[in-house]
Ligand binder design. Sequence first.
Ligand SMILES: [Zn+2]
Length: 116
Amino acid sequence: MVQATVVRGAAFARKSLLARKQRIAGLAASLRRREDELQPASSIEQRDRGADLEPFDVFGQLQAAEARELAEIDLALQRIASGTYGQCQVCGEAIGGLRLRAVPEARSCMGCAARL
Ligand SMILES: [Zn+2]
């Protein structure tokens, strides 16, 4: 019975993680399109090196943040597949439903997250 509850929770988390993954992939694609659109304009302003570098740093940082989030989501999906989802990786205790609903990719329980 306890096992069934864990599986139901993981199935829900899996759905929301996959949905977020899709949203991030869509966002990344639209960022890349915007970056391509900006390319011709920036080569016109090539004489002003300082000014044309800045928008690309913003894109780069956004993409780095997305990549980190995608990596966390993939790790969570792996934990779901291996049956260790919802278990704190620091102390081994259950992470707790409320925290997992708020942060489905959470690796540690509230207590451990506060200590880290
Ligand atoms: Zn813990």
